[in-house]
Design a protein around this ligand. Structure first.
Ligand code: ZN
Length: 181
């Protein structure tokens, strides 16, 4: 298996719509393995095939609960909203504030091409929306509410956490790293 090169914003492939997978060919299976390797290598929460230069509707996600591979994913339900920081492996060193649904239900095909569904809340819902946007050629940069920030600028939520002494311990786990999807 192999680590693939991540395409960055400005690369035209990230603005194109990906094609549906009709059959899980050997080539597609290799692509999935490489996407997982690349996502873990870059410590990303998720990856979409166009980010490695392939216009196919395949997404990998791992929010720390094990890998999920989604083929031809489609949001079929969404509820509520959440506003928070978002990052992307295709926009290294950047983050922005994006509002997403709090909960989504996604229909997709798994690695055996069996039709199935997943429900995600919080970070999982955010990752699902972000990755499915990639398949439509959309980047979170178009959705940011206060522009793109450099990682050297701390997100407001982290500053709040750090100012509260008793929460210092908790914030250490997630405080220093952007979730890049
Ligand atoms: Zn992304």
């Amino acid at each position: 298996m192999a680590i693939r090169e991540i395409r960055e914003m400005g690369d035209a492939i990230l603005t194109k719509k990906s094609k549906e997978i009709k059959k899980l060919s050997f080539r597609n299976k290799i692509l999935i393995e490489d996407m997982l390797d690349t996502m873990y290598d870059k410590a990303g929460v998720g990856l979409a095939a166009p980010q490695v230069g392939v216009l196919k509707r395949i997404v990998t996600i791992d929010i720390g609960e094990g890998p999920v591979v989604l083929i031809n994913p489609e949001i079929v339900e969404e509820d509520g909203s959440q506003t928070g920081e978002e990052g992307c492996l295709s926009l290294p060193g950047k983050w922005g504030i994006v509002t997403r649904p709090e909960r989504v239900k996604v229909r997709y095909f798994d690695r055996e091409m069996e039709a199935t569904e997943i429900e995600g809340e919080g970070l999982m819902a955010r990752a699902l929306c972000h990755e499915i946007d990639h398949l439509e050629g959309a980047l979170y940069a178009d959705l940011v509410e206060d522009g793109l920030h450099d990682v050297s600028e701390k997100p407001p939520m982290q500053e709040e956490e750090e100012s509260i002494e008793q929460e210092k311990e908790d914030s250490h786990e997630t405080g220093d790293k952007q979730e890049e999807v």
